[in-house]
Design a protein around this ligand. Structure first.
Ligand code: ADP
Ligand code: ZN
Ligand code: ZN
Length: 733
């Protein structure tokens, strides 16, 4: 290995190549070699382009011969934008999720930083007279009256904010005084610490909460699973712990699954703490993201509240991570860098040596297993805080009922009774649009997407057929394209249709619909919440958006229109998800003083899984599923990864995976430890005109699986015949 006495930096660049790139640091570089730090950005030549990269290592060795080593063109930062601990975390993530190191690092940065924008200056700029200025007499400036008045201003007071000066003087006047040596710039850290961080009056913890709070220690790494029924006061626990962290001068990172839908969460934090809070989610501008990121890096912001990608936010003084609704599948990114923000949070807490709280009313099987293995500590809240009672479940046997547009007669009369008592109803139907299928009554033709293996959903409001997988749209045909008959019927129920039906049946009742179509309108969710809070009898109707985190105090009846869909799905996780969703939806009711009822409509009311869930609750239900997973060797008792391939030709995707399987097999010769299934078509075989295939690789040994995947990925790196990726701990098939 050629050894150079020069400084060489190993740089991550946004490239699919799974390695770092070496560059030479010129001796004439503005940095003394010991002030170069990993985590700084550089501008470097790459191929024929000039690109931004991040220094990951500093060394004086390179495998590249010195003549071929290119120079760093420019140093973008004068301080690292990523700490050593974060760099370590991202290296771990890159190798765990088999995603190229450069792309992993760049994924974590706000777009403006990826593009080379400078880190915003967050320190406040102040001006004051220099020694020369203090010694000088005003008469020196008589010929320049503007400079003279600025001089007088600076003389009147030390340290004047630049923004205040610029309200009265142009920047050029200020620069002239500086050039002449009379004025000088001072920086002040803008790290406000509120004297009194509490604004809201926290409630006295109840007995269960106190036990949980006493168990949680906040000094170093530890992972707690707070397993508490909806409304049991988990959020109160987070707030109490955050309070202690803030008092110690540290920052807290709080992840929630979906922020646009839960404006209350942000308000709850704001009304409790008198500290700067930043909210990071997909709806903010590039500039806001950069600002929030930088303020967290500088320590100015004390609480970072955000969705999945907020896990990458740097913190100056990290103190605590909270992952609310830890079971939520939106924590797993489903394309590109397929990381799980929950799992990455736990790793991050470990690297930063800080505590982490995972909270849920319906913990994931993974987390429950981690508790069994003593990796996490299991803390329970079994009662609702305050006076609210736990809702009562009842199944409606659809086989015995007269049914109108998806609603059983018994259900409709319960809705009527509830409204009659001036209480509110929540109807849950996880299907948006008017009808999921458009059928020909004569020949059975059904409207299908041209690009996917799926039916088109009829949307009444825009009168279009829309594919929910790829977004393709078309006008509904006037007659059947197959037999010419005019008898096309909309089959099945979506939220639009239920809305019409319920409105027709309950004429004087307000129906508030919430799904991805209605929430496109800004502020719609907030409007719904505010209307519901007024307490008039109404029907809230919606998809899983309604299940996430809202408090509807006046709802006393919850209707689950279709509990069967997920009992029949081939995805092994679908039962777990159904249990979580049903429990979450049910938890929306009876939060006030009135008791809640939950009606579950099913054609299989005696399905054993449904029986356990409804009869015994989520805890025993989850235990049952865990026992089953253990028996059949599925996660979390088995580690699982997929190689995914997509191509316009099914045969090409399949061939690629056969080759991948052979390669993996040769890496670890006929190992009994690794178990392959496939290539198989994905559950949705064709999407957006591409055929999707998967190869499942299972293993009981995480390290072994990881090392095989790593070699496999390097082997496949140069294959561009299909779109492929590796999905570790997949959530979709
Ligand atoms: P979760 O996060 O588990 O759903 P929350 O923390 O939101 O529960 O609490 C549910 C409701 O109970 C909220 O309205 C909250 O203000 C109230 N609450 C929580 N803890 C207490 C307590 N110790 N005493 C009285 N009310 C409480
Ligand atoms: Zn037909
Ligand atoms: Zn489609």
């Amino acid at each position: 290995m050629p050894v150079s006495h020069k400084t060489i930096v190993r740089v991550a660049v946004p490239s699919p190549l799974r390695r770092l790139f070496d560059y030479n640091v010129k001796e004439s570089c503005a940095f003394a070699p010991n002030s170069l730090v990993a985590g700084m950005r550089v501008s470097v030549p790459f191929g024929r382009r000039q690109i931004i990269g991040i220094i990951v290592e500093i060394t004086n060795h390179s495998d590249i011969v010195p003549e071929k080593l290119k120079d760093v063109t420019e140093f973008v930062d004068d301080q690292p934008i990523l700490s050593g601990r974060l760099l370590k975390l991202f290296k771990w993530a890159s190798s765990y999720y088999q995603f190229p190191i450069g792309e992993t690092l760049f994924h974590s940065l706000p777009i403006l930083l990826r593009n080379g924008e400078p880190l915003p200056e967050l320190r406040e700029r102040y001006w004051t007279l220099s020694q020369k200025g203090l010694d000088a007499g005003e008469e020196l400036l008589v010929s320049t009256p503007r400079q003279s008045s600025l001089f007088k201003l600076l003389k009147s007071k030390i340290n004047i904010k630049e923004s205040f000066i610029l309200e009265q003087f142009s920047r050029s006047i200020l620069s002239k005084l500086e050039e002449r040596g009379y004025a000088q710039l001072e920086y002040k850290e803008n790290e406000r610490v509120a004297d009194d961080i509490l604004v809201g009056n926290p409630r006295e913890p109840n007995q269960e909460q106190q036990i949980v709070l006493d168990a949680i220690t906040l000094n170093d790494f530890n992972c707690w699973l707070i397993d508490g029924v909806t409304g049991s006061g988990k959020t109160e626990i987070y707030l109490k712990c955050i309070e202690k962290i803030l008092l110690a001068g540290k920052q807290a990172l709080v992840l929630i699954p979906e922020i646009n839908l839960t404006p209350q969460t942000e308000r709850r934090f704001n009304s409790r703490f008198n500290v700067p809070i930043v909210v990071l989610h997909s709806g903010i501008t590039k500039k806001q993201r950069l600002q929030g990121w930088a303020k967290s890096l500088s320590g100015e912001v004390k609480i970072i509240l955000g969705t999945r990608s907020a896990v990458f936010t740097p913190m100056k003084k990290p103190g605590l991570i909270v992952v609310d609704e830890e079971h939520d599948s939106s924590y797993k990114q489903q394309d590109g860098f397929r990381y799980s923000a929950r799992d990455l949070s736990v790793m991050r807490a470990q690297y930063e040596d800080i505590p982490i709280l995972l909270g849920s009313a319906t913990p994931s099987l993974e987390s429950l297993r981690n508790c069994d293995e003593q990796r996490y500590r299991h803390l329970m809240l079994t009662k609702r805080a305050g006076s609210a009672a736990v809702p009562k479940w009842q199944t409606i046997d659809m086989r015995q009922e007269k049914i109108e547009s998806g609603f059983a007669e018994t259900t409709l009369s319960s809705i009527a009774d509830t409204l009659h008592r001036s209480e509110q109803v929540l109807v849950f139907l996880n299907r948006r649009g008017f009808a999921p299928v458009m059928l020909c009554k004569q020949c059975g033709w059904a409207a299908e997407c041209k690009y996917c293996d799926s039916k088109m959903t009829l949307h009444r409001s825009c009168n279009q057929l829309i594919c929910h997988h790829c977004g393709a749209r078309s006008n509904p045909p006037a007659g059947c394209p197959a037999c010419g008959s005019g008898q096309l019927i909309a089959c099945g129920e979506g939220t639009e249709r239920s809305e019409l039906m319920l409105q027709d049946r309950f004429r004087n009742t307000q129906i508030l619909r919430v799904d991805r179509d209605t929430t496109k309108k800004r502020g719609h969710m907030l409007e719904v919440i505010q209307t519901a809070q007024k307490g008039h009898p109404c029907i809230l109707l919606g998809t899983q958006m309604l299940a996430k985190g809202h408090h509807f105090q006046h709802v006393t009846l919850v209707v689950i229109v279709d509990a069967d869909a997920s009992l029949l799905s081939p995805d092994f996780r679908s039962t777990e998800r159904m249990g979580q969703l049903l429990t979450q939806v049910a938890g929306r009711s009876g939060r006030g003083t009135l008791p809640g009822n939950v009606l579950v409509q099913s054609y299989q009311p005696h399905h054993p899984v449904l029986q356990i869930l409804l009869g015994k609750g989520y805890g025993p239900f989850a235990r049952e599923l865990l026992a089953h997973r253990r028996k059949v060797d599925l996660p979390p008792y088995q580690y699982l990864a997929l190689v995914r391939a997509e191509s316009k030709l099914a045969s090409r995707a399949e061939r690629f995976l056969l080759m991948a399987k052979a390669t993996a097999d040769s890496i670890r010769k006929s190992s009994k430890a690794l178990y392959y299934t496939g290539p198989l078509p994905a559950l949705l075989e064709r999407r957006s005109g591409r055929y999707r295939y998967i190869l499942r690789i299972e293993c009981k040994n995480r390290k072994l699986l990881n090392s095989v995947l790593d070699k496999l990925a390097r082997n496949l790196e140069s294959d561009h015949s299909v779109r492929w990726c590796i999905d570790v701990d997949p959530q979709e098939f």
